[in-house]
Design a protein around this ligand. Structure first.
Ligand SMILES: [Fe+2]
Length: 481
């Protein structure tokens, strides 16, 4: 872990949300600050993110290493109640008892001399996303097994092998549901002299029924992938681990990752039925954390959306964010890329959103050519230096229109989650985002009409404690249990 001192005067308002460990709260009815809860909003919003970045004055070495804490907001009949709880991973429980950091993480090193770190365990932070299943929800982290939580109370129940994971097989944080079959696809990177990309397919219960292993060159970093009808697409960026310093404990995993653009970005197209590789090809280098929608067009080509960076500086920026301020710029832009599935070559590419954006969100049942993509965004024509996102947006591909909802100078929205309206014949829905208000030092849940994002939110709900900036979430409608 890293002792960090930063000047509070240089910090932006967002830093206050992660300055202190988040406070849990039990199931609590939420009070309405403005508007009204839509009566057809029936189900639960779940969000996951790092709730604790500090112990005894020590800060984690990277934002990705904060202990996972999950927010659940349950909606029924125009009312809402919420709870917020840490994921009780074994490492978290140990560190709670010791009142000190004990383990290494993605960008953090365990305390002590390096020869002790060499054998130190990795802590499963359980902090990245949530997958809702019929018998609970999974708190996901890409370096290990998921934790199963009670869907109502968020009580941690167990780490879950999903029927088939071996001890060294992680289950990543960006699973995808097939809109027709309901099958769940995901992957995990298995460490070794060369990494292995494991691909998993589960039924609707989450139980893995098919697994395939694809050997890779070196140890790259893969965070997300694309599901496009009968294809899966992996874009393996030109990142390679410098293994010796990481294995010996001289460097964290994150610090030992090297940007090597000579490799290009490797596109790997996989058959979603057999999980066999169809094609693989290196293209011009880029880095991405996240993809938007993926589908197959009328010509049989794969169309995917990706938030693309020119290099890996984004990782340095995310490391610095854990300190409460950052200096490293990183520009992510939404691109649409057309890929020939037989050759894994790029047929065409186009920048859709040139403003810095992230967290593209597309409802699982609408990966169509005309469906909008929702994003977190830097507000245009503002000074965004050192800031986190202060707007959400909707991109409509048929008109290329970008509709921006600015949330305010010191109000920081989370990834926007789209929820379809019940019985709607169009793609109308609600957009839910958790806001941290730095002026008031409080968190709120805002609900927008997806067709009127430029208007005020239709409802603002007060949350009982500050919810630190989170990564990813999901919606589970009441009808699906
Ligand atoms: Fe992610």
């Amino acid at each position: 872990m890293t002792a960090v001192t930063t000047s509070k005067t240089q910090q932006k308002a967002w830093a206050k949300a992660i300055a202190d460990p988040a406070q849990e709260f039990p199931l609590t009815p939420l009070s309405v600050l403005s508007g009204a809860i839509p009566s057809d909003l029936q189900g639960s919003l779940y969000r996951n993110g790092p709730g604790r970045l500090e112990r005894q004055g020590q800060r984690v070495g990277h934002w990705f290493d904060g202990d996972g804490a999950v927010l659940a907001v349950h909606f029924a009949d125009g009312q809402a109640e919420a709870t917020y709880r840490y994921v009780r991973s074994a490492g978290y429980v140990d560190e709670e008892q010791a009142e000190a950091f004990l383990y290494s993480g993605y960008g953090s090193l365990a305390p002590g001399p390096f020869w002790q770190r060499w054998s130190s365990q990795l802590k499963n932070a359980g902090n990245t996303s949530v997958l809702a299943l019929p018998n609970g929800i999974l708190a996901l982290w890409e370096g290990g097994w998921p934790h199963r939580l009670d869907a109502k109370t968020l009580e941690t129940q167990e780490v879950d092998a999903l029927g088939k994971l071996q001890a060294d097989e992680p289950y990543s944080a960006h699973p995808k549901r097939h809109p027709q079959t309901g099958d769940i696809f995901n992957f995990g990177m298995v460490a070794g002299a060369n990494a292995t990309l494991n691909i998993y397919r589960s039924d609707v219960s989450g139980r893995i029924d098919r697994k395939q292993s694809i050997p890779l060159n070196g140890i790259p970093l893969v965070h997300d992938f694309v599901l496009a009808d009968r294809y899966l697409v992996f874009c393996v960026p030109p990142i390679r681990l410098n293994p010796l310093p990481a294995v010996l404990g001289f460097q964290s995993f994150s610090d030992a990752l090297m940007w090597q653009p000579k490799h290009g970005t490797q596109l790997v197209v996989v058959d979603a039925d057999t999980l066999e590789v169809i094609s693989s090809e290196a293209v011009d280098p880029w880095y991405q954390w996240h993809f938007g929608k993926g589908f197959v067009n009328n010509d049989g080509d794969i169309v995917l959306e990706v938030v693309r960076y020119e290099n890996f500086a984004t990782n340095q920026q995310l490391k610095e964010i854990a300190t409460g301020q950052y200096d490293t710029p990183a520009l992510g832009q939404l691109y649409r890329i057309c890929v020939d599935p037989e050759t894994a070559t790029v047929r065409a590419e186009e920048c859709l959103v040139a403003h810095h954006c992230e967290f593209p969100y597309v409802p699982a049942d609408q990966p169509t050519v005309t469906a909008p993509t929702f994003l977190s965004l830097d507000p245009p024509n503002r000074d965004n230096t050192g800031e986190l996102f202060r707007a959400i947006a909707r991109f409509d591909p048929d008109t290329a229109k970008l509709t921006v909802a600015e949330t305010g100078l010191e109000r920081y929205p989370s990834e926007p989650i789209y929820v379809p309206k019940q019985n709607a014949t169009t793609s109308s829905g609600w957009v839910l985002t958790v806001i941290y208000d730095g002026s008031a030092h409080q968190s709120e849940l805002w609900i927008y009409d997806s067709d009127r994002l430029e208007d005020e939110p239709v409802c603002r709900l007060h949350l009982p404690s500050v919810i630190p900036h989170s990564f990813h979430g999901t919606w589970r409608s009441r009808a699906t249990g």
